[in-house]
Design a protein around this ligand. Structure first.
Ligand code: ZN
Length: 168
């Protein structure tokens, strides 16, 4: 079974960097949805990154998303990848995917072979740079806040990355 070290061989690092840079230079779904069902924002104090997410929900499905904000390449690319990966997913599916991505960024025992994260795997390299992990997590924490509210739950607060609902 290849461990994390083996999977992050040099050629994969290059691939990952390309995906992240591509999303940074050509962000997907940038902007805001006027007809959003729910909108949330978050801030990563350790790097100064800001992300706003607006989400249109239809029939328990994430039908459209837009993101805005500013900050480092990891934070903005992570948000861009999020919007691309989540469109068309059910609420439950979206929350599961968010959990996997956050585990990938924070859990040493996470096994990339167990789930298919597509391009989101590009973010796995971020896990090896502790000071950048929150940059990668930011958009997903904002998403969690929004989807918890959409599901009628009390959102779980994450002290290191303050998030809040801005409209719903
Ligand atoms: Zn950052």
């Amino acid at each position: 079974m290849p461990n994390r070290e083996a999977r992050n061989a040099v050629d994969l690092d290059d691939l990952y960097r390309d995906v992240i840079l591509d999303h940074y230079r050509q962000p997907r779904n940038r902007g805001a949805l006027e007809s959003a069902s729910i909108a949330a924002e978050g801030f990563n104090p350790s790097c100064g990154d800001e992300i706003q997410l607006s989400i249109l929900l239809e029939d328990e499905t994430v039908s459209a998303l837009r993101f805005g904000g500013s900050g480092c390449s990891i934070s903005q690319s992570s948000a861009s990848m999020l919007t691309e990966a989540l469109a068309g997913r059910s609420l439950a599916d979206a929350r599961e995917l968010s959990g996997h991505v956050q585990d990938m960024l924070t859990d040493d025992g996470f096994d990339l072979d167990q789930v298919d994260l597509g391009d989101l795997e590009a973010l796995s390299g971020v896990a090896r740079f502790p000071v950048r992990i929150k940059c990668g997590l930011l958009a997903w924490k904002v998403l969690d806040q929004a989807l918890a509210r959409a599901a009628g739950e009390e959102p779980r607060e994450y002290d290191d990355i303050p998030t809040r609902i801005t409209s719903n």
